[in-house]
Design a protein around this ligand. Sequence first.
Ligand code: IMP
Length: 431
Amino acid sequence: AQWGDEGKGKVIDAMAGGAHAVIRGTGGSNAGHTIKIGQDQEFKMQLVPSGILHPSVWCFIGNGCVVDPAALLEELARLNGAGIDISKFRLSPLAHLVMPWHMLIDRLADHLGRLEPLGTTGRGIGPCYADKATRRGLRVCDLLADDLGERIARLRTFKAAELDALVPDASVAIPSSAALTQTLRNQGEALRPYVADTDVLAREALARGQHVLLEGAQAAMLDIDFGTYPYVTASSSTAAGCVVGSGLSPRDVSAIIGVAKAYTTRVGAGPFPSEMPPDIADPLRERGREYGTNSKRPRRCGWFDAPQVKYACRVSGITSLVLTKLDILSGLEKLQVVTAYEYDNDGYAEPPARLYGSTKLMPVMVPAPGWTEDITGIREWWQLPESARRYVELLEILVGTRIAAIGTGPHRDDMITRPPLTVPHYPVNGP
Ligand code: IMP
């Protein structure tokens, strides 16, 4: 719903079984999700949609993603090595490629021309989307084109000059045109069997009456328009962005499931009004293992921010919510929930985007009783302690969107479902 770190991997994994295909349509290796199966199998993914763990489900990286070919091949090899069937993976020829200069610009020049650095993931995402917008990008289809060498030579000269103007002599780290072309050609050959018109395949599945699940990455608060700009990612990461990036149309969407944590976390710099004091945040971070899936960066922790989730529900059109990690709050005697914001004696029911960066924007919090019981693995609503149920109901009322499922642990089945689990038309156990 908000930042993309809300535990979506498990939810997508649970829903993927009912889908013909799962498609990622935004972002690149900046995302990450962890899925646990059984007691000891854990998968960390960056680019490949979580649906890959279901042998019968097709998995697509759509046109809206930015792909680092080396990272993708490495991830596919890792999945293959773990015995996961990757034969149903497909990559859109229209997806843009993250090049070595994108990563260098991202890592070396994040602080330039800004009041403070964004704290990006350093995976070249922003510079790659920038080149897409200036029409200087390379796409997956270009890997397989005859004129690849010529394009690389021109681009390399241009990009080396740009990089050196930002950081003197930084371009020495870019491989020569010949070496880069050869690497890309090899990567293109390795990826060739997977390249397919994923938008057409998805359209055909819908025409056959099958279900397609679009997997979000990042989310509303990191969206380039609606997020906490400039502390955002470089793509449209609301639900609408997922639709464009997968090659489908708004008419195709029947339900939008938002995943929100029972508390709030965020990585990187930027405003965070519900941030907890360190004596509460530090143990919570350990209990909830709140470290970036891929970047390993510690996540900042805060209380559940109802106006923010409400805002995310509005800008993404979320039809129901999955509340994750309720078990992590066990043991806290008193919880807090942000119910509104105040700024210059005015009250706001949603975070006002234009004021969000201001230190004068103050959260209004209400206390809620906590619980001490361990609720890990509980699967029935009525088995939750009374105050845990009241807490969920409070959030639901404040946000105004049905909380249809609740996560109570890291494993695939640690989930309470409350009717309706999803909106009609999407049978979770198969079409
Ligand atoms: P970038 O996407 O690498 O350009 O990073 C821009 C901002 O988005 C940084 O604050 C990142 O920490 C944040 N970000 C990007 N991807 C994710 C994600 O998947 N989860 C959470 N934060 C992310």
